[in-house]
Design a protein around this ligand. Structure first.
Ligand code: BG6
Length: 470
């Protein structure tokens, strides 16, 4: 289902705009090293950035970054990666930078240009590539955030599509490269037992929590321009919703998956102010780069509806935040309780009804919870989880996976223009129109107002407490 088109030729060079930056240092060099080790990266890698660095400096940066990310366990692969590197320094507004890049690319015909740069520079670089003739037969890999609202996403799509074809544009959402998230698609459509219950008749609600126990980690300036809703909900969590909510794809091919996912976003009801609770952890305003009176949210909880035949009336609760009580991400699909209360401990009185739990991070797990009777005279029991999968994260990081796919021309794990715009249309009404963010204590589960949001349908499920069923 997720295979690429084998007729597409692989990229014969990788260009990294923003090669001296933070993202390159933290994520990209370790990913390149992993790709060389696996034998999937053999082509020149050209780093581009504004700084007047030498190639030796870039090599040193690459080595340091790989060392910081983990043990160097394959010296030959590291040396090979260092020999693949080239460096071009220059202003992105200056056409000469792109001329120099063209020279550095030498005989390469089909470069993949990866924009690991601040989003404000995406249009400049995309146009620069087009003007320099560096877009023919090439692909562009665009980091998130793709736009900051519906209008800017449309404009960015317009610019990107004026230079590249849609199938040459790879919009990154690194969540799609995570093993546990790929497994949602597989689990849903490789099994038949799920389909009869996977709808409004049997599912009471679905909730997704992405919790982090750390703050903005020096990214205060970026966070001030984004906030939690833009940073992780409109993209990462919405992608998870789409995989959980989509209809079966009509054929084996990723185009079909993209179509079904886009329909989910199109069926989502645009959010209203009272669907959203925003929070800000105490101490955020003292972070470097943050305004003293900032109202930017570091926590966001929302209630969402998908107006489709399958999901009519089923509430989806999404929640994410920084400085929460744990670092973990989980989905809880809560089923409806039996229609008759035959036992004293039947739901909804005692605890949750049966559920399906997908743990997305730090490890991948899928568990199905059902009640079984305790030994003894009484008809009371416990909810027990049947583990279908319980794994530590696989070797391949999302970035290694996604960069390899983009270079091979496989767009399965990337997002499409229509889906991105439809997702922005859902959050657009509440980006500026909302209540003030409530303060919450670091180490908590966010402001108590978020409990009020979900109260009519139960309570939030906190991933940290999920190891044993309650
Ligand atoms: C990024 C956000 O896209 O995703 C970060 O910008 C967030 O703020 C991160 O911490 C979460 O992803 P992961 O893979 O670390 O869980």
């Amino acid at each position: 289902m997720m295979k690429g088109d084998s007729r597409i030729l692989p990229a014969d060079a990788l260009v990294i705009f923003g090669a001296t930056g933070d993202l390159a240092h933290k994520m990209i060099f370790p990913a390149l090293y992993a790709m060389v080790k696996r034998g999937v990266l053999k082509v020149p890698v050209v780093g581009v950035a504004a700084s007047a660095w030498s190639l030796a400096q870039l090599r040193k940066q690459a080595r340091d970054s790989i060392r910081q990310a983990g043990k160097i366990d394959d010296r030959a692969a590291l040396d090979h990666l260092l020999t693949l590197l080239r460096y071009v320094g220059g202003d992105y507004n200056n056409p000469d930078t792109f001329k120099t890049l063209k020279q550095a690319l030498g005989a390469a015909q089909r470069p993949a240009h990866y924009l690991a740069i601040p989003p404000a520079l995406f249009p400049t670089v995309i146009k620069g590539l087009g003007d320099a003739g560096l877009a023919d037969q090439a692909r562009v890999i665009v980091e998130k955030p793709f736009g900051r609202d519906l209008a800017s996403a449309r404009e960015l799509n317009r610019i990107a599509l004026s230079v590249f074809e849609e199938d040459a544009i790879f919009r990154i959402d690194h969540y799609l490269g995570k093993e546990a998230i790929m497994n949602i698609l597989y689990f849903r459509f490789a099994n038949s037992f799920l389909e009869p219950i996977w709808n409004r008749n049997h599912i009471a609600s679905i909730q997704i929590t992405l919790a982090e126990d750390f703050g903005v980690k020096g990214r205060g300036k970026f966070y001030e321009s984004a906030g939690c809703l833009r940073d992780v909900i409109q993209n990462h969590l919405f992608q998870v919703v789409a995989l959980l909510a989509m209809e079966p794809p009509a054929y084996q091919g990723y185009g079909a998956v993209h179509c079904e996912k886009a329909k989910v976003f199109q069926a989502m009801r645009p959010l209203q102010a009272d669907d959203v609770v925003r929070g800000q952890y105490a101490g955020y305003r003292q972070e470097p780069g943050v305004a003293k009176r900032s109202d930017v949210e570091t926590f966001c909880a929302l209630r969402l509806f998908i107006d489709s035949w399958r999901w009519e009336g089923v509430p989806w609760y999404l929640r994410s935040g920084k400085c929460l009580a744990a670092t973990a991400a989980e989905v809880l699909v809560e089923l409806k309780p039996p229609p008759q209360r035959l036992f004293d401990d039947s739901a909804p009185v005692a605890g949750r009804a049966n559920y399906l739990r997908f743990r997305l991070s730090p490890n991948a797990a899928v568990a199905l919870a059902a009640r079984v009777k305790r030994a003894g005279k009484e008809f009371v029991g416990d909810q027990r989880e049947l583990f279908l999968l319980d794994e530590q994260a696989g070797e391949e990081t999302p970035y290694a996976r996604l960069l390899s796919d983009a270079m091979a021309g496989n767009g399965a794990l990337f997002t499409r223009e229509d889906a991105i715009e439809a997702a922005w249309a859902v959050v657009d009404p509440v980006l500026e129109t909302h209540a003030r963010a409530y303060a919450y204590t670091p180490g908590s589960w966010g402001p108590k107002q978020a409990d009020g949001l979900i109260a009519a349908d139960g309570s939030w499920h906190n991933p940290m407490l999920a190891q044993t069923a309650k």
